[in-house]
Write a protein that binds this ligand. Sequence first.
Ligand code: DON
Length: 569
Amino acid sequence: MKKFWCSWIVVACALGTNPAEAAFPRPAVGNKAMVASAHGEATDAGIAVLRRGGNAVDAAVATAFAVSVTLPYSAGIGGGGFALVREGKSGDISALDFRERAPLAASRDMYLDDQGQVRPGASVDGYLSVGVPGTVSGLYALHKKHGRLPWKDVVEPAIRLAQDGFLVSELYAKFFAWRRELLMQHPASRKVFTRDGEHPYAAGELFIQRDLARTLRRIQKDPNDFYRGEIAQAIVADMEKNGGLVTAQDLLAYQPTWREAVCGPYRGYDVCSMPPPSAGGVHIVQILNLVEPTDLSALGWHHPDALHLLIESMRIAYADRATHLGDPAFTKVPVKELTSRAYADKRRAEIDMKKARPSTEVKAADEATLATLAKESHDTSHLTCADADGNVVSLTFTVNYGFGSGVVVPGTGILLNDEMDDFSAAPGVPNAYGLIGAEANAIAPAKIPLSSMSPTIVEKDGVFVFATGSPGGSTIITTSLQVSMHIIDYGMNAAEAVAAPRLHHQWTPDKVRLEALGFDASTIEELERRGHTVESTRGWGNASAVVRRADGSLEGAADPRGEGTARGY
Ligand code: DON
């Protein structure tokens, strides 16, 4: 398997996109509602549902099902995800976890060979990489609690897209080329993703998915069919035949979980994002705490001091991620401690503004520190939809790596995830995104692999201000963070905020990635002078954002690094 930092880099690389080309972009604007997603037809599906009287939740569910059809390489009903929901009337923000779980037959060392080495590709390609999918159950739970239109209406647009087809984009074709070898190994995948068993769909060709349309029709009638009906039987039969671990019992047991969002104050705003089993909320709040005392906007855009501080803060946060974050049902995650201001004060004192600290010298919070903090008191393919009643959904879902496990369940059109790679296969061994972990994220039956997905909603004085999120593996957290900072610290509009160049540091490997052409030579030189190892790469991530303007109108934007759109009315 080829190693890529993130599939989106490949995309941007192939298209030659660079953030500088997207300077000063304009957002979509609407007075009533806004949908921003990673695919134009999916955005249109959400808008159509809103125009029929649906709310932001109906739109999010319709958009997510449509994305499952049009962006099979990124997210789908064979995967899982998270949603942050703001309920307009009460202003309450809740978090829904519909992430995949490890099958009951999974075990800690399942990806190790006889010598104790991780078998390359085993957690990323094929049947053993598949976690129990949560998307259908999650979207149903979301709709049941907050939706307004009948369930059948929100599934319908996706069925049409699968049945009538959509035009394949260059981006889709690039992703297929990247995972071609894997997809061609599985006859059912080959059948779905090639025209004739041999030739993949090229850009501009119509891609029809009849099996998937039939499956979606079944889900439209009864979403439980995925977990206990004919769809479940098809998944289990395919697993049994090919040495996969997902059983009927796994599917029957699957339930999404409502959780409390992780929130923290930042410059008068309340920033809320996804709690564990995502690392996103904890580290976004943690990094914001670390940078808050510095007036970034006074320093000016991309001042080396601001970038240095941000990088050093990311380094600390990702060091904590590797040790302390995991499924809260299996490991105690010190959320309050890591997101506390007292902890940020302690760790900020370690930052030398003149010099980068090697990651080997930056450790995760130790037990003594956590114990002290615990005794103190503390305050505490992405899509974004908003409607006129103040309902907001920020939803990130995935099949993980490009085209997930590469496995399509015969006769169903369902492409299965390879989310098991988000576990730590062995202590200190990096996953596909270069992330390392230890005990907290070790594999166990029914455990949820640690995620970086960070659907985020931000308010000020109880009023919705903006929502954002992104794909991008390990870079999701820093992308959602920087889009948020672009809006709060630099006053950017939604389009500028998602387009502006980003950087990323994840503690290990010890290098800072900068989007090429987004940072000038003298800035890079200054960072290197302070001891940073700088790697300039093509753009990554595919964020979207919806911002509420002071006059109450909404602006929205999809990342120019991807092919998404925002539409409002
Ligand atoms: O949950 C996670 O953190 C990853 N499985 C997300 C994968 C992803 O963003 C793929 N896109 N580049």
